[in-house]
Design a binder for this molecule. Structure first.
Ligand SMILES: CC(C)(COP(=O)(O)OP(=O)(O)OC[C@H]1O[C@@H](n2cnc3c(N)ncnc32)[C@H](O)[C@@H]1OP(=O)(O)O)[C@@H](O)C(=O)NCCC(=O)NCCS
Length: 168
């Protein structure tokens, strides 16, 4: 069974050992450092929703992936407040077993539940690579499209922006 676990003393070292193409996703050490920095910013601004929420993805007892998201009230994409999925990765050894899709369903339920009282119409994410030699984005694109994410036509650098409408 796939579950999400907030990053903790028990799981962070296992998360740091996970590997996926760095053409497609930042290494987990970088994401955890970003989460740490964002926490201070959120406390300073008294906006806890805006802090990154990093999660280990578990298959039964095994840590198999990592995801990170936050709430953003900057109207960055022109559609009001939104949730932003900044990372999703499943370790190379465990890809194509349905874990990424199952984890995403839990993430979607989580944001629909208005964590810390924060709600939004859309969950946004992006995928792609600045490296023309990069690994294929086919699996990433398919994972999001299967879940109902649609392209917005916007780009973040070389990355295609997609979003899911949460409350239809
Ligand atoms: C994207 C990612 C999280 C998907 O996780 P996963 O556990 O492998 O995905 P699933 O097994 O749930 O597969 C989801 C769909 O993608 C397809 N897929 C997955 N990997 C694929 C690949 N390499 N090539 C083609 N299709 C692929 C699956 O066949 C499935 O589609 P289907 O049900 O229509 O057959 C994982 O591939 C990954 O970590 N990629 C690198 C990092 C990345 O790109 N992250 C997202 C941007 S930050």
């Amino acid at each position: 069974m796939i579950t999400l676990q907030p990053i903790s003393e028990e799981n962070y070292e296992k998360v740091l050992k996970l590997r996926a193409s760095e053409d497609l996703v930042s290494p987990n050490w970088h994401s955890l450092a970003e989460a740490y920095v964002s926490l201070k910013r959120a406390v300073d601004k008294n906006k806890m929703c805006s802090a990154y929420m990093p999660f280990a993805i578990l298959c039964n007892e095994d840590v198999v992936g990592f995801a990170m998201l936050n709430f953003d009230d900057s109207n960055y994409f022109g559609s009001g407040d939104f949730f932003w999925l900044s990372r999703l990765m499943v370790d190379e050894k465990h890809q194509r077993k349905g874990y990424g899709t199952s984890a995403m369903k839990l993430i979607i339920d989580f944001v629909k539940s208005k964590p810390n009282g924060c709600g939004a119409k859309y969950l946004y994410t992006s995928y792609g690579s600045n490296n023309p030699e990069a690994s294929s984005i086919e699996g990433t694109a398919k994972t999001y499209a299967n879940l109902g994410f649609v392209k917005t036509g916007q780009m973040l650098g070389e990355e295609e922006v997609v979003r899911l409408e949460l409350h239809k």
